[in-house]
Design a protein around this ligand. Sequence first.
Ligand SMILES: Nc1ncnc2c1ncn2[C@@H]1O[C@H](COP(=O)(O)OP(=O)(O)OP(=O)(O)O)[C@@H](O)[C@H]1O
Length: 607
Amino acid sequence: MAASVSDIGADSVVDTECPPETDRRGVWGDVGYIFHLIAFHIRRDAVPALLLWVVVLGAGAVGSFVQLRYIRELANVTNGLVASDRSLVVAALAAALAFIVLTAVHHGLQTVFNYTFRIRMRTVLTSDLLGRWLGGSSFYRPSQGATLDHPEQRVQEDVYNFCQYLVQLVPSLVTAVTSFYLYSDQLWLLSTPLPIPVLGIGQIVLPKGLYVLALVTAVVATTSAHLIGRIYTRLDVVRQRIEAGFRHDLGQAREFAEQIVLGGGQAIEESRARHDYALIQRNWKPYTGAAASLETVRVLITLLVTIIPTFILFPLVLAGKMQVGDLTIAGVAFGAVYQAFGSVSTNYPTFALLRSASQRIRMMDASLSYRQPSGFVHVAADGPTFSAHDLNVESVTGDTLFKLGNLTIRPRERWLVRGMSGAGKSTFFRVMAGLWPFGSGTVEHPSGEMRVMFLPQTPYLPNGTLAELLSYPDARGAFSEADYRKVLSDVRLERLVGDINEARAWAKRLSPGEQQRVVFARALLQKPDFLFLDEATSSLDPLTEAAMFEVLAKRTPEVALVTIAHTDRLSDHHTHQLQIDDGLAVATRLQTGSQVPLNPNDGKRHD
Ligand SMILES: Nc1ncnc2c1ncn2[C@@H]1O[C@H](COP(=O)(O)OP(=O)(O)OP(=O)(O)O)[C@@H](O)[C@H]1O
C-alpha cells in the first residue's frame, strides 16, 4: 500500500494510549491555554472584544432569568388550574406568552452577537497565526524529523472550530452559574430530609436531601463524562490530522494530474487515497464509541435529573403537604443546581472538541515560537559585497557537506557554482539566504538597500495576471505596461504580451522552459544587485539559454551573478567558478579555456 503523509504517527491512530500529537498537559493545561487565547483576544481587540464578552456572558444570564420567569408562570397556570382560579390562570398564561416572545427575540439577538463574536475572535487568532507563519522565519524550516502537520488546516479549520465551540460553551456555563444563583434558594427551602437505607444500621437521614443529591449527581456525571471525553478529545485530534492528510493527498493528485497520468501512477494514487481513507475508517470506530458513550451518559443523566425530584417529593404532594406547582419548581431548581455543578458533563462533547481545537492551535503556536538556533553568523558587510568566511556547511544530521574558506562576490562578477548532484550547491544558496541553520561560519550580506534575488530551478508561479507574475514579489503597480512588453520581448515571450492583464493558472499553462524564461524576465524587470540562479535555465535549449545570459549582461551589467549549473556551456558567461566536490568548495577565476586559483587559502580541504 502506498505510504502517505497520513502515515506520520498512523500506528497510534487507535492502538496506543497517547498518540504523538495528543497533548500531554491534561485538562487543566488545556483550560489554561483556552483562557490564554481569550486573554489574547481581549488584548488585541480591546473595547469591541470586551463589549462582546460582556454581551455573550450577559445574554446567558438574561436567558436563564427569562426562562425562570417563564417556568414560574407555567407553575402558576398549574396552581391556578388546581385551585380553579380563572383570573390567576389567564394572567399567568398572558405573562407566559410575553416571556415566549421575549425568549425568541433574545435568541435572535444572541445569534447576532455570537456570530459577530466568532468572526472577530477568529480574525484576531487568524491574523496572529498568519503573520507568524507566512511572515515569520518558520515558514521555511529544513528539519530532520517530521514538521508540524497541516498548518493550513490549523489556521483555517481549527481556529474556526475553536471560536464556534467557545461561543457555544461559554453561555451555557454562564446560564448554569446564573441558574444556580436564582434557583439554589428555592431548592434549599424545598429540600426535605432524605432517608437512605444503610446495610446493618437500618437507615440514615440526609438533611437537605434533594440539594445534596443534586451535587452528588453532578459529581458522578462530570467524572464519567471526563473519563469518556478525554478519549473523545484525543481521537478528534487524530481525526483532524488524518482528514487533512486525505485532503492533502487528493489535492496533490489534482495538482500533479498530468505527471501522474504520464507516469501511469493512477493506481498508486488511488491506493494512497484509499489507504488515507482506511485510516479515517479505522479511527471512526473508537471515535463513534466514545461519542456514543458520552451522549448516552449525557442523556441518561439529563433525563434522570428531571425525574429524581418527583421520585422524592411525590409522597408530599399526595399527602397534600406540597402544591403540584411547587413540585414543578422543585424539579427545575434541582435541575438548575445540578446544572451549575454538572454543566461540564452536559456540555462535555462540545468541551472535548474545544480542547481538541485548542490543542492543535497550541501545537502550531509552540512551533511558531520555536527559534531554530543557527550555527551561522549573519552580519551586514561594509560595502556592496556578499561574502562567506570559514563555512562548515552540515546536513540536517550533522555530517559535513562541504567547507569553504573565504568567498567574496562583488558587483559585475559572475560566479558559476558546480559540483556533483547532492554536493550541497543549493544548500550553499540556502546558507547565503540565511535559511540553513546547520553548520558554522560567517555570512556578510550586502549593505544598505542592495537587493538580492534567488531564482530556483522550479519557479513558483502563483495564479494571477501576467503583470502580477512578472512583478512578484513586488506589487504590480511597480512597473509600467511598456516595461512588461519590453522584458517579454527580451526573453522571447512576445506571444504572451496580450495576456499581461489576463489572470491565468500559469504553472499549468506554460512549458517548463517558458516558466524559466518568465522568471528570468522577473530578474530583468526588477534588476537586483545580486542574482542567484539555481539551475534556472536547465529546461532551455542551448541557444535560448545563451540568449538569456546575453540579455542579462546587456540589461543588468552591474548585477553580481551566481549560477548553479551542471553544463560546461555556461563557462563563457561567467568570470569565476566555485567548485564543490568531496566536501570542499574551491574558488577559481575563469579564463577562456582554463581556471586560475583565486587564492590558495580560499578552499580548505576537510578530511
Ligand atoms: N530541506 C532539506 N531538509 C533536509 N535535507 C536536505 C534539505 N535540502 C537538501 N537536503 C540534503 O542536503 C544535501 C545537499 O542538497 P543540495 O540540494 O544542496 O544538493 P545539490 O548539490 O544542489 O544537488 P543537485 O545538483 O542534485 O541539485 C542532500 O543530501 C539533500 O538531501
